[in-house]
Design a protein around this ligand. Structure first.
Ligand code: NAD
Length: 480
C-alpha cells in the first residue's frame, strides 16, 4: 500500500498523530493510497513555515525575473510529467485520461502565463497638489491559503497557486479529501524545480476541520476557495476573524440558450459537451438547456441520439467518454436529484441509471429531463452530475428571464447567428462568463469568476494578480 506524505516546510511528513485516510478510486473502489489526515497542529506548522518563507530573503528578495524563470521550470516539469500526473488524477477522480491530460497541460500553461507577469507588477505616479510626489507600489499579500475542490483538483489548484507565487506570496494548499494525490505530485514538482522551502506547502485532510484553522489564522493574508456555496459561506465567516480578502469560486446552474438560427449540429455537440464532460461535475456545466420551441423536438432528437453514444467505462480506455462520478456517495446524491425530478413531474428523455457501465464503479450515464418548469428544484439547484434539464421558450425576453431566474450566475451559452441578439443578450445575462457558439471554453489569460451566489472575485487573467497583491500609496513631500 502506498503511504503518502504531506509537504510542509520543504519536508515530506506524516500527520502529527499518524492518522491517515484511505484514498479510494471511484473506478473500482480500490484503495490507491493512505493519505495523512492533517491535524490542526500540522495546519499551524504549514502556516508558520509559509510565514517564515515569505520573509526569508531567498524568496522575499528574489529578482522577480528569477521568480518567473522558476515558475517556467515548474511549468516545464509539469509538462514532462503529464502522463504520470494525469494517470494519478484519473485514478483518483474518475475522469477520463484524455480529459485529465488536458487539465494538466492547462495547468502548465497557467504557470507559463503567470511566469511572464512576475516582473510586470508596476505601480503608478499620481498627479497631486503642491511639491509632492505620490506613487504606488504593488506588494504581495503574504501567506495565501488555497482550498481546492475535487472536480478539477490539479487544474483549479494550479489556477490560484500560479498567480499567488508569481506575485511573490507563499502558499498553503489544501486539496479536497476525495482527490489529494495530484497536488502531492505538484509539491514534488515544486521541490524538484528548486522552489525555496516553506514557499509551497500542502496539507491533506478534512476541510471542515482544517478550513477554520487555515482561513482564520492570523498569518493568513489571502484566501481562495473553489467549492460549493455552503463552503463559501463558511469561509466568509472564518475569514472575517482577521478581515482577510477572499476569492470565492462557487457553484453554477448555467443556461445554454439555443435559438432557431443557430448551427444546430454544432449546438447539439456543444450542449452535450457542456453537460456530460467530466461526467457533469463542472461548476460551469451547461445544466439548463433553454431551447426555442420551434426547434425543440428536432434538437432533442439529435441530442438524445448523441448522448446515447457517450460510452461509459474505464477512464483509461481510448473510446471512453465518461468515467465514474467521484464517489459512490456523490452518485447517490445525483441519483436522488433524478428521483426529485421524476416526483416534480419532469419527463425523463434519457435515464443515466440505465446506461451500460462496469458494476464496480460509481458510474451514471447522461440523463436528460424535458418539460422542466422553472419552479422545480432540478431547474434551480446545482446537481453536479450528468443531468440536463430542458425548458422551452418562445421569445428572447422569455429566454433571458429563464436564464437569469436562478441564484447562480457563473456561465451562460448563447447559440445564434444573429450578432445583435448575441451581444444584446451578453450584456443582459447575469453571469460572469458568456460563451457564444461554443461551450464551454476558457484560457489562462481569460478572467473567470461568478456573479450572484457563484462567487466573489476572479481567477485567471491579469485580475488574479490584482487579488494577490495589495496597493500601497507613498506620498513624498518635496518642499525644501
Ligand atoms: P466542497 O465545497 O465540498 O469542498 C471544496 C473544498 O473546501 C474542499 O477542499 C473541502 O475540504 C473544503 N472545505 C469544506 N469545508 C470547509 C470549511 N468550512 N472551510 C474551508 N474549507 C472547507 O466542494 P466540492 O464538492 O469539492 O466541489 C464541488 C463544488 O465546487 C461545486 O459546487 C462546484 O460548482 C464548485 N466549483 C466551482 C468552480 C468555479 O470556478 N466557480 C470550479 C470547480 C468547482
Amino acid at each position: 500500500m502506498q503511504q503518502e506524505k504531506m509537504f510542509i516546510d520543504g519536508q515530506w511528513v506524516a500527520s502529527s498523530d499518524g492518522k491517515t485516510r484511505d484514498d479510494v478510486s471511484p473506478i473500482d473502489q480500490a484503495v490507491l493510497a493512505q493519505v495523512p489526515l492533517a491535524t490542526e497542529e500540522d495546519a499551524r506548522r504549514a502556516l508558520a513555515a509559509a510565514a517564515r518563507a515569505f520573509r526569508d530573503p531567498a524568496w522575499a528578495s528574489m529578482d522577480p525575473a528569477e521568480r518567473g524563470r522558476l515558475l517556467r521550470k515548474v511549468a516545464a516539469l509539469i509538462v514532462e510529467r503529464v502522463d504520470e500526473i494525469a494517470r494519478t488524477e484519473s485514478l483518483d477522480n474518475g475522469k477520463t485520461l484524455r480529459e485529465a491530460k488536458g487539465d494538466v497541460l492547462f495547468a502548465a500553461q497557467t504557470f507559463e502565463y503567470y511566469a511572464g507577469l512576475t516582473d510586470k507588477l508596476e505601480g503608478t505616479v499620481i498627479p497631486v497638489p503642491g511639491p509632492r510626489f505620490n506613487y504606488t507600489r504593488r506588494e504581495p499579500l503574504g501567506v495565501t491559503v488555497h482550498i481546492i475542490p475535487w472536480n478539477y483538483p490539479f487544474q483549479l489548484g494550479c489556477r490560484s497557486v500560479a498567480p499567488a507565487l508569481a506575485a511573490g506570496n507563499t502558499v498553503v494548499a489544501k486539496p479536497a479529501s476525495e482527490t489529494p494525490l495530484s497536488f502531492l505530485k505538484l509539491a514534488k514538482v515544486m521541490e524538484d524545480a528548486g522552489v525555496p522551502k516553506g514557499v509551497f506547502n500542502v496539507v491533506t485532510g478534512s476541510g471542515a476541520k482544517l478550513g477554520p484553522v487555515l482561513v482564520g489564522a492570523k498569518e493568513t493574508a489571502g484566501v481562495v476557495v473553489t467549492g460549493s456555496v455552503p463552503t463559501g459561506m463558511e469561509v466568509l465567516k472564518e475569514a472575517s476573524q482577521h478581515i482577510v480578502p477572499v476569492t470565492l469560486e462557487l457553484g453554477g446552474k448555467s443556461p445554454n440558450i439555443v435559438f432557431p438560427d443557430a448551427n444546430l449540429e454544432k449546438a447539439v455537440k456543444g450542449v452535450a459537451f457542456g453537460i456530460f464532460m467530466n461526467a457533469g461535475q463542472m461548476c460551469w456545466a451547461g445544466s439548463r438547456l433553454l431551447v426555442h420551441e420551434s426547434i425543440a423536438e428536432a434538437f432533442l432528437d439529435q441530442l438524445v441520439k448523441l448522448a446515447g453514444t457517450w460510452k461509459l467505462g474505464n477512464p483509461a480506455e481510448k473510446d471512453t467518454r465518461m468515467g465514474p462520478l467521484v464517489s459512490m456517495k456523490h452518485r447517490e446524491s445525483v441519483v436522488k436529484y433524478i428521483e426529485v425530478g421524476e416526483k416534480e413531474g419532469a419527463k425523463l428523455l434519457l435515464d443515466g441509471r440505465k446506461a451500460a457501465a462496469p458494476a464496480e464503479g460509481s458510474y451514471l450515464g447522461p440523463t436528460i429531463f424535458t418539460d422542466v418548469d422553472p419552479k422545480m428544484r432540478i431547474f434551480r439547484e446545482e446537481i453536479f452530475g450528468p443531468v440536463l434539464t430542458v425548458t422551452r421558450f418562445s421569445t428572447d425576453e422569455e429566454a433571458l428571464a429563464l436564464a437569469n431566474g436562478v441564484d447562480f450566475g457563473l456561465y451562460a451559452g448563447v447559440w445564434t447567428k444573429d450578432l445583435n441578439r448575441a451581444h444584446r443578450l451578453s450584456a443582459q445575462l447575469e453571469s460572469g462568463q458568456v460563451a457564444i457558439n461554443e461551450y464551454p471554453v476558457t484560457f489562462p489569460q481569460t478572467p473567470f469568476g461568478g456573479f450572484k451566489q457563484s462567487g466573489i472575485g476572479h481567477e485567471q487573467g491579469l485580475g488574479a494578480m490584482q487579488f494577490y497583491t495589495r496597493t500601497k500609496s507613498v506620498m513624498v513631500n518635496l518642499s525644501t
